[in-house]
Design a protein around this ligand. Structure first.
Ligand SMILES: [Fe+2]
Length: 341
């Protein structure tokens, strides 16, 4: 348990001790998930610090997330443009940026929220590459991977879609549904990425395979080869899950971004026969629990707070709206369409 300055706190942390006002009135019991509204009320009441349960509840000092994210975008943009022009990929550039992203994953306690705030900063291909890299490192951390594996996962995320630089812009950024012929072109990014990456000795086979295989699905419905069965390669499985999550939660030329709970629901569905179930479950469980205490907008236009996640149905939490409770596990007609940061 830590005593933390209110100004350093982010919503979503858990109160470690009962909180009393100066006249000894109980304000909040121990175990309360702190929301943005709680933080505002602390400031109004001149409460400077509170005890919280988590040891990593604050972002440590160092380079701000936004700066690292922008630097990463610059590097990704430049090496993708250079690769398109036939120039050599620079090991140091990729390695340095992977190291910085790794640092952010270890320092930021609310990575999902920070990433959401960074969307629309640049072309989708570049933001998607950085986001998938961050999510891959984060999953590797949850899986307790060693540092070398975390770096490899970061590189796999950063480079998985590099083959898209060879696709014509009018197809890549087409606002409408692709024709069959256009989709066949898009599918080629997997093999083109693999061919590019496998030229480099310093890029591991796992990273190149992640570029090749991240759209394969265990039931054989994926591409480019329609390979059946789960990949034994960690980079492939992790990139596939991170790729789906970021694609669903991002604005695309042909679709608007959807909520993290929608993404979690899709990962839950795809964990039956398509994506590696162990990796998908780890991810949707974490997302569902991350947003406990968060304000959300429901499909019936009501605004509420996620208050409980049933471990057996993590993507369908209980949401409190005023004095009403919606159990989304039983009330299937209602969904969470937006989380409010
Ligand atoms: Fe892809």
């Amino acid at each position: 348990m830590l005593k933390i300055k209110v100004n350093s706190l982010k919503p979503g942390v858990t109160l470690g001790k009962d909180l009393f006002s100066y006249d000894s009135t109980l304000l909040l019991p121990k175990g309360t998930i702190i929301t943005k509204e709680h933080l505002d009320s602390f400031r109004v009441r001149n409460i400077d610090d509170v005890f919280i349960m988590e040891s990593k509840a604050i972002v440590k000092s160092g380079k701000p997330f936004e700066d690292v994210y922008s630097d990463s975008l610059d590097v990704v943009r430049s090496f993708m443009v250079e690769a398109k022009l036939g120039k050599t990929l620079d090991f140091n550039e990729i390695s340095d940026i992977t190291g910085l992203l790794l640092e952010q994953v270890f320092e930021a306690n609310d990575l999902f929220r920070q990433m959401r705030l960074m969307k629309e900063k640049d072309d989708y291909l570049f933001t998607h590459s950085v986001n998938v890299a961050l999510l891959c490192i984060l999953m590797g951390r949850w899986l307790k991977c060693d540092r070398e594996t975390l770096k490899e996962l970061g590189q796999a995320g950063l480079l998985h879609d590099i083959g898209k630089i060879f696709i014509e812009d009018n197809i890549l950024n087409k606002p409408d549904k692709l024709t069959d012929i256009e989709f066949e072109e898009v599918k080629k990014h997997t093999l083109q990425g693999y061919n590019l990456l496998s030229q480099y000795e310093w890029i591991s086979t796992s990273v190149a395979n992640a570029a090749l295989m991240h759209h394969e699905r265990a039931d054989g419905s994926g591409y480019p080869m329609g390979t059946k069965g789960y990949s034994k390669n960690l980079c492939v499985s992790v990139v596939a899950v991170a790729d789906v999550y970021d694609a669903v939660t991002s604005d695309r030329t042909y679709s608007s971004k959807r909520s993290p709970y929608t993404a979690a629901e899709i990962l839950w569905q795809e964990s039956f026969g398509k994506l590696n179930p162990k990796i998908s479950k780890l991810f949707y469980d974490k997302i569902a629990n991350f947003y406990i205490g968060n304000e959300v907008i429901l499909s019936n236009d009501e605004k509420g707070i996620v208050i409980y996640v049933d471990p057996s149905q993590p993507t369908r939490p209980i949401v409190m709206v005023g004095e009403k409770f919606y159990n989304l596990a039983t009330d299937r007609s209602i969904t969470i369409i937006e989380v409010i940061d």
